[in-house]
Design a binder for this molecule. Structure first.
Ligand SMILES: [Mg+2]
Length: 290
């Protein structure tokens, strides 16, 4: 194919062109950055739909419910719908459904979108700050079956102590994701991984990881779409999560340089292809579909 300023690297590509049926994209740094839609996004998404490929968004952000993410995409004039959105919060709820009984109490160190996803999946989800009895001596204990930890901008010492106690008493310890940082327009904020690390240290335990790069997320995408990973293209901006997950699952991986990865960092990445922004995606799809 045409080598576009050396950014698309056919040398790293699989020998056989896969039959693509699904294009899944990360959101932050790929589709938008803060409130701004990134260059070429609208046309690229249009092209995916024109080619009759399935289009999904796969985000480690566990703070918002899928409906909220969909509303945000719709407000930006982009293809939306809660069914197109897979977040680590929803993937966590699905994963727990295969392991816990409906109605099981689940303690959350996270935000309202995560509590909502877990509640909708049939769990008695409650924030660690609202642990029954507040942890005082002789008070009623919630005895949660699992402790789910994600991004929580209201994180407190009391929540940390409640999570530590529950995990120490045998609750399953689950992390929505372990992203160390969270990009905002002004720079970087502490990500869910920072909070997970605090809980892991206090509880002296390692969590089950659900979000990218975990294979749990790739499996959730395949289960929800009915499309195997080998027929999936994954477009992401972070090598350690997006590209690592896609590569391990056998997806065609595309690194886009509009987010956390710069041009120089991309040279030794695992990605099959590297593009500057999504305006280069239609040409890549055209090439792969022969
Ligand atoms: Mg991203």
């Amino acid at each position: 194919m045409k080598d576009q300023n050396n950014l698309i690297r056919p040398d790293g590509a699989p020998d056989a062109r896969p039959s693509l049926r699904l294009v899944a994209l990360d959101l932050d740094g790929v589709v938008y950055r803060g409130g701004a839609v990134l260059p070429g996004v609208a046309k690229a998404l249009e092209e995916i739909l024109r080619l009759r490929l399935d289009l999904r968004y796969v985000s480690n952000n566990a703070t918002a419910h899928r409906r909220t993410v969909s509303d945000r995409l719709a407000a930006m004039g982009l293809p939306a719908g809660p069914d197109r959105v897979l977040t680590s919060a929803y993937a966590t709820a699905r994963w727990l459904r295969s392991r816990l009984l409906v109605g099981a109490p689940v303690m959350v160190v996270g935000e309202s979108g995560l509590v909502e996803e877990l509640s909708e999946s049939g769990f008695e989800a409650f924030h660690a700050d609202q642990a029954p009895g507040g942890g005082g001596p002789g008070s009623l204990q919630a005895n949660p079956a699992a402790v789910v930890v994600g991004m929580d901008r209201g994180f407190t010492f009391a929540a940390l102590a409640a999570a530590q106690k529950a995990i120490g008493e045998g609750a399953l310890f689950v992390a929505t994701n372990r992203d160390a940082t969270y990009p905002v327009e002004e720079g970087l904020m502490p990500g869910a991984g920072s909070i997970v690390a605090a809980v892991a240290t206090a509880a002296q335990a390692n969590p089950v990881l659900i979000g990218k790069p975990s294979p749990v997320m790739a499996q959730a995408l395949a289960d929800l779409t009915g499309i195997p990973s080998q027929e999936t293209m994954f477009v992401g901006d972070r090598v350690s999560t997006d590209i690592a997950m896609g590569h391990a699952a056998g997806m065609v991986t595309v690194l886009v340089l509009t987010g956390v990865t710069g041009g120089n960092d991309s040279r030794n990445s695992l990605a099959d292809y590297v593009i500057r922004d999504l305006s280069e995606l239609p040409a890549l799809l055209g090439y792969l579909r022969g």
